[in-house]
Ligand binder design. Sequence first.
Ligand code: HEM
Length: 114
Amino acid sequence: MSESELQAYTLKELSNYDGNHGTSPALLLGLNGKVYDVSSGANFYGPGKAYNVLAGRDSTRALAKASLKAEDIPGPDDDPVDAMGLSESELETLKGWEQRLAAKYAVCGRLVSQ
Ligand code: HEM
């Protein structure tokens, strides 16, 4: 499947997939322009779990900076994170997360601006 055939999600649409809205798939995670179906990682991302703040969100800046602070997690009305704004070392960290998540979860979409 080519990139442009992937379903497009704004951060507002993505925000429904945080495990609290009865969606199918249950849990999606945005990372560097892509959307991963992380439903099988409900023990990490599900409601009440350690990384639920990342579910239904663009996790790019949070994972690149190893930060779970609200300021590093864009909200439903924001645009996706542009990785160009990250430092060299943050980009390295981001690459590691992309490899880890791509090995574990299917890409089911792409992030687009509102
Ligand atoms: C004291 C700090 C931390 C500890 C001890 C810790 C520990 C862990 C452990 C044990 C796992 C499970 C690994 C596995 O079974 O595969 C995990 C997963 C994860 N951690 Fe952390 N973590 C910490 C901080 C963070 C931070 C700051 C972030 C992000 C900003 C983060 C993001 C994640 C994510 C996204 C997963 C799930 C990855 C997946 O879907 O496989 N962690 N963490």
